[in-house]
Design a protein around this ligand. Structure first.
Ligand SMILES: Nc1ncnc2c1ncn2[C@@H]1O[C@H](COP(=O)(O)OP(=O)(O)O)[C@@H](O)[C@H]1O
Ligand SMILES: [Mg+2]
Length: 244
């Protein structure tokens, strides 16, 4: 078998790296370019709707209905762009030593009103005196938000959401367990694939973003799920040592 000289492999790696950076910059720029006119469109739709709302004329009601459809599509596009930009930025981390239990507690306080509205009972089991982990708080909040929103979508009639932290050897472990619909093994095997979604208006970027963020923190994420039995996500992060 022919052996590629080391300098050729380096050249190839550099070429690919340059190509990747170029595509990532192009895609990020495109998303930003679309977002601005989209927000102008949304704003003007809002103003148009205000003009027609309250009118009794059947023609105005029809116009109103169509404007609302366009507004919904704009919202969907905006959600997709936000999910895309979140994914693109998932590797840029600014770490702070953090007590994960306190971090999850704060998240629960923020999420509780929405959980109550959706009849979701939150059950926290947060270990005291956890060793600190290095995390980027705003990215890790995105991780929790994405996982909790997925859990919520799997429990449309309400249910139970457990959030647990504990320490195993030199890792801090966070578990997010829901009593929702669960997944088939076919779905489970694809959840971290970019653009994989079983929801009609899903972006399919939630879990790939979660995994990218967790891996940028030198962590791992696994998932267990069974139809009708709910879902468990386990995130494991390395404990901060003086060298990290
Ligand atoms: N907690 C969960 N319970 C059941 N299914 C889930 C759960 N979390 C994720 N999934 C499945 O994984 C898919 C991908 O999730 P995600 O990447 O967040 O994309 P999206 O939410 O846009 O569909 C979902 O469409 C759903 O089928
Ligand atoms: Mg999602």
């Amino acid at each position: 078998m022919p052996v590629t000289p080391a300098y050729d492999r380096d050249d190839e790696r550099q070429r690919l790296q340059k190509q990747y950076t170029e595509i990532a910059t192009l895609a990020g720029g495109l998303a930003h370019e679309i977002r601005n006119p989209l927000s102008t469109i949304s704003l003007n739709l809002e103003l148009l709707l205000e003009e027609f709302e309250g009118s009794d004329s059947p023609k105005d009601r029809r116009i109103c209905g169509k404007l609302q459809t366009v507004q919904k599509e704009c919202q969907h596009l905006n959600d997709i762009l936000n999910a895309f930009l979140q994914f693109a930025r998932a590797g840029e981390i600014e770490n702070e030593p953090t007590d994960l239990s306190r971090f999850v507690e704060e998240f629960i306080e923020f999420y509780r009103p929405q959980a109550q509205e959706q009849q979701i009972e939150i059950s926290p089991h947060l270990a005291a005196d956890l060793p600190p982990v290095l995390i980027d708080p705003s990215l890790m909040r995105q991780v929790l938000m994405n996982l909790v929103l997925n859990a919520q979508q799997a429990m449309p009639k309400g249910g139970r959401l457990e959030l647990q932290t504990n320490c195993r050897d030199d890792r801090v472990v966070l578990e997010i367990i829901d009593s929702g619909s669960g997944m088939t093994s076919e779905t489970l095997s694809r959840i971290f694939q970019i653009y994989f979604s079983t929801r009609q208006d899903g972006s399919g970027l939630g879990l790939p973003t979660v995994r990218k963020i967790v891996e940028a923190h030198h962590g791992t994420i696994t998932c267990e799920s069974e139809p009708g039995k709910g879902t468990r996500f386990v995130i494991s992060l390395p404990v901060t040592t003086s060298e990290t």
